[in-house]
Design a protein around this ligand. Structure first.
Ligand code: MLC
Ligand code: AMP
Length: 505
């Protein structure tokens, strides 16, 4: 009975007393102990009469138990659907309903709010808290620490990750076992991960970066990780001497550089620093070299594709570029209008094809067809070019997207909510430079004629509905929005006007 995802990431560690997770309090969880926990959870899940292919929606804090739940889903053939802990109940309702989740796992503090939503679609609800308490582990602890993995093919779905869209509705990206495995194994080779690696892991584990890139690479290479609940500078500085490598979003690196305690000495023994999920400014790259002697290795990926390109481990890591396509990934730059390939060096739409590319959006055939070509190329929405040495440069976005501290925010979702507020005629949401988060959200409102807007009440309503990281950090009132002759709002003009809102003064 084969189950490649389980066998190649988890099963290979069976019975091994080797370290897997180093916890902030100094405790170490071995591979064997972790797999025992996963097997107990697998038995608990099967006790709920879930079927392979059912979705398990998980909104819980980062903990060893959460990772074990991921392993248990792989073992039982259930589809793991992790959700940002910042999402509000309103946001969660959509994900739970849209995915048709059969089990919802949440923090005890959210149980009351999610119970009616789970009940409405006959889904089970279980709780799992940051300290491992809650009904899920209570049930699991009564189970045997052994479970025969359910047979799955590599083409079977392993995970759903929701990604927002330009229309404002989130889409469930369906990722297969082969998508996850091929990328993990390629990255282990490209970045030279081995059993001796200790990765400093401070990313959330509900996104591609922290879960599939960081965790799967460590699992596939038999290394271990210092598993921190979140990015906390004091902890990072305290524990870096025990690590060999770190993966982070650019904010991690700018925060490190902003602290004088981060010295070349502290980083000297490190093997590798990797950055991704948002553009790393060339200036940050250079400052990091000056402070530590290390060249941060920048790579480029996305939810639908895992990783696509990477700067080289051995060759020149070029600031401001995302390196070369991975060995099993084809990348081309095309005319955004026609899809025709452009001559080398020209700027156009980046398209990628390879075993890493997802299977499509859950129950959205039109959206899938619009972005995933029949020949397997995925239209990323990122604009870029390939230079004469083959390095890929990302120069902009063809999609209306803001990336704040590595989190994607689709303006449309916020605009729809702002447009609905009393007295608002229309709105435009833009991303503007921010010293900590790279970009942040600015909302521009146009009142209906003769109406005065209550900005506090509008912000309160936004807080109620949307995750904190999506909230506009500032609201500006204008008489009208700049439009081109076609009537389209000129967001570029707005971005230019307000570009210094958070970086000066
Ligand atoms: C937290 N806040 C944010 C935010 N993170 N606001 C905007 N953008 C963010 N990213 C809010 C907090 O709720 C808080 O609100 C305030 O901002 C300040 O919080 P903080 O304590 O300074 O933030 P912190 O908790 O330290 O988080 C910042 C961060 C975190 C950058 C460490 O956001 C993070 O870990 N980001 C990583 C995201 C990630 O993993 N992306 C990968 C996506 S996968 P208040 O109320 O206190 O003001 C992908 C594919 C690929 O993109 O290529 O990898
Ligand atoms: P997500 O949908 O959250 O997976 O975000 C994917 C998007 O993040 C990509 O389409 C890019 O726009 C952006 N991204 C990821 N890595 C990089 C990078 N190294 N440089 C610039 N943008 C990046």
């Amino acid at each position: 009975m084969a189950n490649s995802l389980y066998d190649r990431l988890f099963g290979i560690h069976a019975g091994k007393a080797t370290p897997f997770l180093h916890l902030p309090d100094g405790q170490v969880l071995t591979h064997a102990a972790f797999l025992d926990m996963a097997a107990r959870l697998a038995n608990a899940l099967m006790g709920l009469e879930l079927e392979p292919g059912d979705r398990v929606a998980v909104q819980v804090e980062k903990s060893p138990e959460t990772l074990a739940l991921y392993a248990a889903c792989a073992q039982t053939g259930l589809i793991f659907l992790p959700l940002n802990t910042a999402y509000t109940t309103t946001e969660l309702q959509y994900f739970i309903e849209n995915s048709g989740a059969k089990l919802v796992v949440c923090d005890t503090s959210n149980e009351a709010g999610l119970t009616p939503i789970a009940q409405a679609q006959n889904a089970h609800l279980a709780t799992l808290n940051a300290d491992g308490s809650g009904s899920l582990m209570r049930r699991a602890l009564g189970m045997l620490p052994a479970f025969e993995p359910v047979s799955r093919s590599e083409d079977d779905l392993a995970a759903f990750l929701y990604t927002s869209g330009t229309t404002g509705r989130s889409k469930g990206a369906m990722l297969t076992q082969a998508n996850l495995l091929s990328n993990a194994e390629t990255l282990v080779q490209e970045w030279r991960f081995t059993k001796d690696d200790v990765l400093l892991h401070a990313l959330p584990i509900f996104h591609t970066h922290g879960l599939f890139v960081a965790t799967n690479v460590v699992l596939a290479s038999s290394g271990s990780m210092i598993f921190l609940p979140k990015f906390d500078l004091d902890n990072i500085l305290r524990l870096m001497p025990e690590a060999t490598s770190m993966m982070g979003v650019p904010t991690f690196y700018t925060r490190l550089l902003g602290d004088d305690r981060f010295t070349g000495d502290l980083a000297r023994h490190m093997r590798l620093f990797i950055s991704g999920s948002a553009p790393l400014l060339a200036e940050t790259h250079e400052q990091f070299v000056a402070r530590t002697g290390h060249r941060i290795l920048e790579r480029y990926g996305m939810t639908e594709t895992n990783m696509n390109t990477s700067n080289p481990y051995d060759g020149e890591r070029r600031a401001g570029t995302v390196g070369f396509p991975l060995p099993d990934v084809e990348l081309k730059v095309t005319d955004p209008e026609t899809g025709a390939p452009l001559p080398q060096g020209e700027i156009g739409m980046i398209e990628v094809r390879g075993p890493n590319v997802f299977k499509g959006y859950w129950q959205m055939p039109e959206k899938t067809a619009a972005e995933l070509r029949e020949d397997g190329f995925f239209i990323t929405g990122d604009l870029g070019r390939v230079d004469e040495d083959g390095y890929v440069h990302i120069v902009g976005r063809g999609k209306d997207l803001i990336i704040s501290g590595g989190y994607n925010i689709y303006p449309k979702e916020i605009e729809l909510l702002l447009d609905d507020q009393p007295g608002v005629l229309e709105s435009a949401v833009i991303g503007v430079p921010h010293p900590d988060f790279g970009e942040t959200v600015l909302g521009i409102l146009v009142p209906q004629p003769g109406q005065a807007l209550d900005l506090d009440a509008i912000l309160a309503r936004v807080q109620d509905q949307l995750a904190r990281f999506k909230h506009p950090r500032k609201l500006i009132v204008l008489d009208e929005l700049p439009r081109n002759t076609m009537g389209k709002v000129q967001k570029n003009a707005l971005r230019e006007t307000y570009k210094d809102s958070f970086t000066q003064g």
